[in-house]
Design a binder for this molecule. Sequence first.
Ligand code: DHB
Length: 390
Amino acid sequence: MSPTVRTQVAIVGAGPAGLVLSHLLAAEGIASIIVDARSREDIEQTIRAGILEQGTVDLLATIPGSRVHSVGMRHDGIELRFEGAGHRIDFHRLVGRSVWLYPQHEALRDLLAARLADGQDIRFGTTATAIEGVDGTRPRVVATDAAGGVVDIEADFVVGADGSRSVVRHAISGPHAGLFREYPFGWFGILCEAAPSADELIYSNSPDGFALISQRSATVQRMYFQCDPDADPHAMSEREIWDELQRRVPGTELVEGPIFQRDVLRFRSFVARDLRAGRVAIVGDAAHTVPPTGAKGMNLAVADVVLLARALEALLKRADASLIDGWADAARARIWKAQHFSWWMTSMLHTVPGATDFDRARQLGELRTVVESEAGRTYLAEAYTGWPLG
Ligand code: DHB
């Protein structure tokens, strides 16, 4: 028998959701242990989206040593491009809010360094295999460490921040996963050494499909173009990739440079049926997936845990269960707004294989409706910069 370790909150997953939660709990004097199957190096090298909502940045900026303001770049708007013309959505003027370009792996480096400096117990290379006692008051995470030893963590509350193939979700809902939809396209993503092609991000709709011109720094750029979800990222030459990208942002000349990383991202929308059962909850990608257009993934994970931290503070420090009882509904309300926004940006900007002339003309009508209307631009700005957490 392995010894049982006891803590207040056992967190499965050291991604943004798990790390931000442990930070918020520690600030309330609530102890937690995090387990993650990956090594610290693997976590720090995860390549994900680069856009943070204002509320996410405000929270990350409170973490000691955070570089979000020094390395991150504030963006006050984006460009929507269609029919060869660009239309700026001026977030700052429309809603008085902005977003920050700060790649997720940089945020993870900051979070890991700060949590470890604070003495946080993080068990890397430790894979959760089962959650036991879901119906009781002392749920347990059973895990296997890198040496094959069993780790048994008993807690007042267990949180699954363990990504889209969540073990914790399975313990809550079994095979009844939730609501989802698939998309008939994905994104071909590249990182390249080049100067930025524009001051702000360009979301471009073209007859050949969507492209997103994003950035990483003064010398490294991130770009994506719509592709077959089964595309082989190594089947195209660099010349073919640049030609494809250039074709999809008509009216703009992209600055080209050596491509040093390429990947294909699949699209999915998903919301788990149950976000909580008793003293076990799921957050972030364990609870939901959004298609990447609009970069809501990490922001939604942070919103989940901000609400959850408040509910756990009430439950564990004041024996007040009212917030935890309402947590899933409160989280779900925001999750579905973000689901809608991500689906809407995706469907408005991508071309669907087999689309008719009617579909294409209607889509251009929709884009014009948004950019020519103050109300349309304002909705986009509100959703993109993120709804306040209240
Ligand atoms: C990035 C990704 C997105 O999905 C998005 O909408 C904006 C930016 C990025 O990786 O930079």
